[in-house]
Design a protein around this ligand. Structure first.
Ligand SMILES: CC(=O)c1cc(-c2ccccn2)c2ncccn12
Length: 121
């Protein structure tokens, strides 16, 4: 919608870093901390068109590339879906992605975002 002023962008950045910190703490094995490379995941770059990981999301936060928490949530969902696509259901990576996704959707539910939006300046 309307362009965000510097102050509003600053508040959004702090919110996103807080959210990312919470989510990343749930990734206890650090499976989602950095981009998946083809060495540890054969053929990954052929199968996954749009890779995503927490370090990339943090760079996007720092570069003000997210206009809203909803946009951030899209990358979070992408990251989980990539893991559920590439990794077979019985693997720990798939199971961890499912768990992270559940937690993420609770934390970033539409209702919660609406409240956040109302309380933001
Ligand atoms: C997220 C993901 O798909 C992933 C992370 C990892 C990963 C990440 C850090 C250390 C070890 N493995 C991985 N390894 C094999 C296949 C898939 N993965």
């Amino acid at each position: 919608t309307r362009p965000r002023g510097d102050a509003e962008r600053g508040v959004l950045k702090i919110c996103l870093k807080y959210i990312q910190n919470k989510m990343q703490a749930k990734d206890v094995n650090g499976f989602f901390a950095y981009p998946v490379n083809d060495m540890i995941a054969p053929g990954y770059s052929m199968i996954i068109a749009h890779p995503m990981d927490f370090s990339t999301m943090m760079v996007k936060i720092d570069n003000n590339e997210y206009e809203s928490v909803l946009e951030y949530r899209k990358d979070f969902v992408l990251m989980c879906n990539n893991a559920m696509t590439y990794n077979r259901p019985e693997t720990i990576y798939n199971k961890e992605a499912k768990r992270l996704f559940q937690i993420g959707m609770k934390t970033l539910s539409k209702e919660k975002l609406l409240v956040m939006k109302r309380t933001l300046p």
